[in-house]
Design a protein around this ligand. Structure first.
Ligand SMILES: [Fe+2]
Length: 328
């Protein structure tokens, strides 16, 4: 694709520069051969997803798009004018499912229905912040986080597709690269100590009670905040989940851990450089869920509507633990 507009290190905005031609129709027909129904237009991880993926990657525009995203060396990449705006919901979501399957293996967001495509929009009456309504189901802001941070295998990538941007001008997408958080921490002795502690110590991430099997049961995932995988520095982050996890595991909640988390949260919410932009209708946003944190600026328009699909690098049959939830 052409020259990308770089607003933040490793986060790019670019315009689609290829013509779908007849490929959209071919992709919709191919997906339709595998799914007898589209599961409320949300799809589900298909048991033949590995074979379907190979067939989809033989479609030229999908092959091009996959190569472009995988080769961009980005933490976040927005492609405007994707070209799905005029389509019916079933066809649009079939193309989004196909794009996500070309990049990896889309996971179920909803445990009950197995849907992989999740609508991010305010539920009626959700204007008031409620502990029973998640970031994705209410208006307002969302703190910086990584998705599925409290599960054993957070998905490596996710996609957002903007159906309808907020007419109020709010709801900007926020992204911070993990490398920029690291660089900020390295500037002070306290920051360097916090990084070491949060790399060496497994901490309790608590599954939000609204998703846990029962309110009485505290579900915890123990994991360090920072992890090195080869040359790559990765993060899990959801501040409220850590605070609740530490409350449930007080023996781990030492003053050093508390101070390190407070410092890191301040770096994330206030100091680290961030991408901040309201993405227009028909934009596809790809995000590296291990090397970037994401969030959302405040908004009030209940008509704002995005679709999210989380993507594992590994086929669903090889994954362990829950494959994510509708939260975040
Ligand atoms: Fe999220």
């Amino acid at each position: 694709m052409g020259i990308a507009f770089q607003q933040s290190p490793h986060v790019f905005v670019t315009q689609r520069d290829f013509d779908w031609g007849q490929d959209q129709a071919a992709i919709i027909a191919l997906v339709g051969r595998y799914f007898s129904d589209f599961n409320g237009n949300g799809f589900y991880p298909h048991r033949d997803e590995v074979v379907l993926r190979e067939q989809l990657l033989a479609v030229p525009s999908l092959h091009y798009l996959q190569r472009y995203i995988a080769g961009a060396e980005a933490r976040g990449l927005a492609i405007t004018g994707l070209g799905l705006a005029g389509l019916a919901e079933a066809e649009r979501n079939a193309l989004l499912y196909a794009i996500s399957l070309s990049l990896g293996y889309p996971t179920s967001t909803d445990q009950r229905t197995q849907r992989v495509a999740w609508d991010i929009r305010a539920r009626p009456g959700s204007a008031q912040k409620s502990s029973f309504v998640t970031f994705s189901e209410r208006v307002g802001s969302a703190d910086m986080h990584t998705d599925s941070s409290f599960y054993p295998m957070p998905e490596e990538q996710f996609l957002l597709y903007v159906v309808t941007a907020a007419a109020c001008g709010g709801g900007a997408s926020l992204l911070i690269g993990v490398d920029d958080i690291y660089a900020e921490l390295q500037r002070t002795e306290a920051g360097r100590a916090a990084f070491t502690l949060l790399s060496d110590t497994a901490l309790p991430f608590r599954v939000p009670s609204v998703y846990a099997a029962s309110d009485d049961q505290v579900e915890i995932e123990m994991a360090p905040v920072f992890e090195r995988r080869g040359d790559t520095l990765t993060m899990r982050w959801r501040h409220d989940s850590l605070i609740k996890g530490l409350a449930a595991r007080p023996a781990i909640d030492t003053p050093d851990v508390g101070a390190a988390l407070a410092l890191l949260n301040e770096v994330i919410e206030q100091r680290a450089p961030r991408f901040c932009q309201q993405l227009p209708d028909d934009t596809l946003l790809w995000v590296d869920n291990r090397r970037a944190l994401h969030g959302r600026a405040d908004y009030s328009d209940p008509a704002r509507h995005l679709i999210r699909i989380r993507i594992s690098d590994m086929p669903n049959a090889e994954r362990v633990g829950p494959s994510g939830i509708s939260a975040d």
